[in-house]
Design a binder for this molecule. Structure first.
Ligand SMILES: C[S@@+](CC[C@H](N)C(=O)[O-])C[C@H]1O[C@@H](n2cnc3c(N)ncnc32)[C@H](O)[C@@H]1O
Length: 337
């Protein structure tokens, strides 16, 4: 958006909604760096945050509706069961409810539904989201549906902009098992950055997808309707649009499997024929042999032990574990050590 257009848009916002933009155009510069680094060498990769353009955010919502994708349903069940006790945090004190990677806000609604409507005005909801379309649309829907709620939307990258979070008392949530998209070292870095912005009375609710039978895991990332495949391939469309590329999605197929040694689902785009593409803004010729892949996502699965080691290194301590009956998913309430 041009400068005047953006100003106008901000002025048109209702008074209970404020949006602050910390990306301010530099996401493209970062994409240039990441795509150059990820696609130049022999083993190729792209960071999963580039799935989430407007279509990617919608496709993620569709994945959540597929019968095979258990994490959303199971996590929602745990949230419903524990919502009232989680929201006891707010009592009658004005505080912030922060959500990292808030997407469609569907999960925070479960939490807000557990609050006495008269007390909603004590809460300011602070979604931090990289997808502009998801952030704006979901915030507008939320203030329409929850009278009295104030929303401060942060258009930002949670790997870089956590210092944009308000300093007052807050409950931070990071749901959906997205912490699993980071290697152990990166996750410790991210969790440490969260601990850094927490005060002694703040709390952090983290969603973790747990290790479980391989067939359940692999089905979740290979749904029969092919929605995850479309989501995975959409990263190429995003690169083409933003960086002036001509990569042909039909040169690739979706590949997702559980790597037992690393306890992680890996998602790749596998070349089904020789690939010869060009990304003009990188001045890069992409050449791949059939069978070669672009690694697009990991989704690590946790045990209480493996997660606790990372909490320890990040300076966080678990106060309680909230689980479903099968132990497929966990919400952990954490405090700063
Ligand atoms: C797997 S979805 C989960 C959405 C929602 N939290 C849920 O549990 O259903 C990940 C969300 O995080 C956002 N996201 C991904 N990387 C991000 C980043 N680096 N900074 C901020 N948001 C990010 C995506 O746009 C998407 O909305």
């Amino acid at each position: 958006l041009s400068q005047p257009a953006r100003k106008q848009e901000y002025r048109a916002q209702p008074p209970s909604l404020e949006i602050r933009d910390y990306l301010d155009g530099d996401l493209r510069q970062e994409m240039i760096r990441d795509a150059r680094q990820g696609l130049s060498g022999g083993s190729k990769s792209l960071p999963p945050k580039y799935f989430y353009d407007e279509l990617g955010s919608c496709l993620f919502e569709d994945i959540c509706e597929t019968p095979e994708y258990y994490p959303t349903r199971v996590e929602m069940g745990i949230l419903k069961k524990y919502a009232a006790s989680i929201m006891d945090f707010f009592g009658d004190e004005e505080s912030d409810l922060v959500e990292l990677g808030s997407g469609s806000n569907r999960k925070v609604r479960t939490l807000l539904d557990a609050v006495d409507p008269d007390l909603l005005e004590l809460i300011r909801y602070v979604p931090l989201e990289i997808s502009q379309s998801a952030l704006r649309q979901s915030a507008l829907e939320l203030i329409r549906d929850y009278q009295g709620l104030r929303v401060l939307g942060l258009m930002a990258d949670f790997t870089r902009h956590l210092d944009a979070l308000p300093r007052g008392r807050k409950l931070i949530t990071f749901l959906g098992g997205s912490i699993g998209n980071f290697s152990s070292a990166q996750a410790v870095q991210l969790l440490s950055a969260v601990a850094e912005v927490m005060g002694p009375r703040d709390r952090f609710i983290l969603g973790l997808d747990m290790v479980k039978p391989v067939d359940v895991l692999e089905r979740a990332y290979n749904d029969a309707a092919g929605v995850t495949e479309r989501f995975n391939l959409n990263i190429l469309a995003n690169i083409n649009r933003e960086l002036n590329g001509d990569l042909d999605p039909s040169d690739f197929e979706h590949l997702a499997f559980f790597n037992r040694d690393e306890e992680q689902i890996e998602m790749h785009l596998k070349a089904v024929r020789p690939v010869q593409g060009r990304i003009r803004d990188l001045d890069l010729e992409l050449r791949m042999k059939p069978g070669q892949t672009i690694h697009t996502e990991i989704s690590r699965k946790f045990t209480e032990d493996s997660a606790s080691k990372e909490f320890d290194q990040a300076g966080l301590k678990p106060l309680r574990w909230m689980r479903d009956q099968q132990g497929w998913f966990s919400l952990v309430e954490l405090a700063k050590v």
